[in-house]
Design a protein around this ligand. Structure first.
Ligand SMILES: C[S@@+](CC[C@H](N)C(=O)[O-])C[C@H]1O[C@@H](n2cnc3c(N)ncnc32)[C@H](O)[C@@H]1O
Length: 177
C-alpha cells in the first residue's frame, strides 16, 4: 500500500484514528463527504472503503452524490466497497420472521436484558443516548445508481459470524469495461 487517506465528518473519530495508527503513508482528514469540497483532494485512489456509513445518509440521492464525487478522485481501474448496508429486502424478511416466529426462552431473556439495559441507561451514569439514524436501501436502488455511473454492482451477503448478517449486505463496485 502506497498511500491511505482516512476521512470522516467527525473530529473525534479522526483524532482517535490518528492516535491509533500514526503511519507515514497514512493521512487523516475531517471531511464531510456530502457537503465538503472534493476538489481539495488532489490524490487519486485505486480502492475506496465506505464502511458502515451510508445508513447515516437521509436518502438514496445522498448515496448517488457521494459516489459521483468519489469517482472523480478514483483511478479508471478501481474498486469501491460499500460495507454494512442495511438491506431493504433482508430487513423486511427479518421483521416478518420476528412477527411470526414462536417465542423462545432465549427471546424472553433478550427482552429482559434490553429492559434492564434501558433502565440502567436512564437511571445509571449514562443520562442520554442519542438515537442512531438508520436509512435502509434496496439492491435496486444501489444498482440504479451504479448503472447511471457506469459501475458494475455486486451485492454480497455477510458471513454468519457478523452480528447483523441477517439484515445487512456489502456492495462491491467496479467500473464497467
Ligand atoms: C458507524 S461509524 C463507522 C466508522 C468507520 N467507517 C468504521 O467502519 O469503523 C459511521 C461514521 O460515518 C461518519 N459519517 C456519516 N456521514 C458522513 C458524511 N457525510 N461524511 C463523512 N463521514 C460521515 C460518521 O461521522 C461516523 O463516524
Amino acid at each position: 500500500m502506497n498511500y491511505l487517506l482516512g476521512v470522516d465528518a467527525g473530529t473525534e473519530i479522526i483524532n482517535k484514528a490518528k492516535n491509533k495508527n500514526n503511519f507515514p503513508n497514512v493521512e487523516y482528514m475531517v471531511f464531510d463527504a456530502l457537503r465538503g469540497d472534493w476538489r481539495t483532494i488532489s490524490k487519486r485512489f485505486h480502492k475506496a472503503i465506505i464502511y458502515s456509513v451510508i445508513h447515516f445518509f437521509d436518502s438514496i440521492e445522498d448515496v448517488e452524490k457521494l459516489l459521483t464525487e468519489l469517482l472523480k478522485v478514483m483511478e479508471r481501474e478501481c474498486i469501491i466497497l460499500i460495507g454494512d448496508v442495511r438491506d431493504k429486502d433482508l430487513y423486511t424478511k427479518f421483521m416478518e420472521n420476528q412477527r411470526t416466529k414462536k417465542i423462545t426462552l432465549r427471546d424472553i431473556k433478550f427482552q429482559i436484558s434490553k429492559i434492564l439495559n434501558s433502565f440502567y441507561l436512564n437511571h445509571g451514569k449514562i443520562k442520554k443516548v442519542s438515537s442512531i439514524p438508520c436509512s435502509i436501501f434496496s439492491y435496486n436502488e444501489i444498482k440504479n445508481i451504479a448503472d447511471k455511473l457506469g459501475l458494475e454492482c455486486l451485492r454480497h451477503c455477510q458471513s454468519k459470524k457478523h452480528p447483523f448478517y441477517n439484515t445487512t449486505v456489502d456492495y462491491i463496485l467496479t467500473r464497467k469495461e
